[in-house]
Ligand binder design. Structure first.
Ligand SMILES: Cc1ncc(COP(=O)(O)O)c(C=O)c1O
Length: 404
């Protein structure tokens, strides 16, 4: 068998690990990639509540609401059982029902779309921008009909959507904007935190998220009536303190029990204290890697404009195998052999899922989304790396790319 020998700096040659050579990545990765990063402070916060017997009814979620609203610069924050419930609440408050249409991208987690379907509305999927994977405003505009009532832009992987454009189109057509900020805790658009620009912001505190609480979510709004309605929907006890038009539902609420568990709120509160710091560790490490990838053939690194401050929930990049002659699956195989924990994108496109196809969605629609979906590679976010692991990743990518 002919070995793939490549020329390295200083005329050293190195054999790709996939061909039996030594791995470029030799450091232990468990600690550098471990997430969430819980400490004794998280344990103590949970223990304190357990000792006070506050494992269900507690002021803890309200404390989180106050702190998170302050962090975002938002008026009202309501702690929800998860991010899905927050999105449902926003749609419910808007009165979304059968006959209405809600626009969102297909390339997202199902919870962006399914709450609208549950309420009987038609979900209309729009294209993403193939450079940054966020909703394409022009395509969103084309899909508006007289029945469109809401749009749900997703700040995918922590990258803020072009909110000025989206808000302008939405305002022009009288469409409500529900930001799915479940990936974007701490990200900013023109100095404003994501989740505070639309009519609603929705967040998830599920364990993998940048602000992990285990499970939990938050609904954000500056509209007092919306806030009251959200309480009435899923927080029956708290409805007692609202004006009569809402408090009369305190013994039934309007359908759900959406309150967040205090134990999860306690963890989220502790994690919030270091959110910025932890976002920064990811950004510094990831950007070092992306700068290196930018110089390699086939890798397309998106750089947001200066008025966008992104965070990294995931570190997804676009790779075009036709530019290098090495298909993405082969590249991943080569990188995995070097020890790199890289993989294909993980979202199955929603418009191709049986639930939507059975309801008239055309799986052949959204050619841009379908094409880019084949080019996405997820790299680690290095949340606990002091920079040394990322250096080895750079070495691995350069080694593999030198064989193209
Ligand atoms: C884009 C997006 N929206 C909504 C959600 C729903 O959040 P949760 O899992 O807390 O219900 C998620 C969760 O992963 C998500 O990724």
């Amino acid at each position: 068998m002919e070995l793939n020998v490549i020329q390295m700096e200083g005329d050293m040659s190195e054999i790709l690990a996939v061909n039996g050579g030594p791995k470029a990545i030799t450091l232990d990765q468990d600690e550098a990639l471990r997430w969430p990063r819980l400490t004794e402070e998280d344990e103590q916060a949970v223990l304190d509540l357990m000792r006070k017997n506050e494992i269900s009814v507690s002021e803890e979620p309200k404390k989180l609401e106050k702190e998170f609203a302050e962090f975002l610069g938002a008026k009202y924050a309501l702690a929800e059982v998860n991010g899905t419930a927050a999105i449902y609440a926003a749609l419910f408050i808007l009165g979304i029902k059968e006959g209405d249409e809600v626009i969102c991208p297909s390339y997202t987690y199902w919870a962006t779309a399914m709450p609208a379907s549950t309420l009987g509305a038609k979900v209309v999927f729009c294209e993403v921008d193939p450079h940054n994977l966020n909703m394409d405003t022009e395509d969103f505009k084309k899909r508006i009909t007289p029945d469109t009532k809401a749009v749900i832009p997703v700040h995918l992987w922590g990258l803020p959507c072009e909110m000025d454009e989206i808000m302008d189109v939405a305002w022009e057509h009288g469409i409500a904007v529900i930001e799915d900020a479940c990936h974007a805790h701490g990200a900013e658009y023109r100095g404003k935190k994501m989740g505070t620009l639309g009519d609603f912001g929705t967040f998830s505190f599920q364990a993998s998220k940048n602000l992990p609480g285990g499970e939990g979510g938050m609904l954000i709004t500056d509209n007092r009536e919306y806030y009251f309605k959200a309480i009435t929907l899923g927080h029956y006890r708290r409805a007692a303190d609202l004006p009569e038009r809402y408090s009369r539902y305190q013994h039934t609420c309007l359908g759900f029990k959406h309150r967040m568990s205090p134990l999860h709120a306690a963890i989220t509160r502790v994690q919030l204290k270091t959110l910025n710091e932890k976002n920064l560790v990811r950004s510094v490490n990831i950007e070092k890697l992306l700068n290196a990838l930018d110089e390699l053939r086939g890798f397309h690194i998106y750089r947001p404009p200066s008025y966008i401050k992104r965070v990294y929930y995931e570190n997804d990049i676009i790779y075009r195998g036709e530019e290098t002659g090495v298909p993405i699956d082969r590249l991943i195989e080569m990188l995995n052999a070097e020890g790199a924990e890289v993989r294909r994108d993980r979202y199955p496109l929603l418009h191709q899922q049986p639930y939507y196809v059975e309801r008239g969605s055309n799986p052949e629609d959204l050619p841009i989304t379908r094409e880019v979906n084949e080019q996405i590679m997820a790299l680690p976010t290095f949340p606990g790396d002091d920079g040394s692991l990322v250096e080895q990743y750079i070495k691995a990518f350069r080694k593999v790319a030198a064989s193209f």
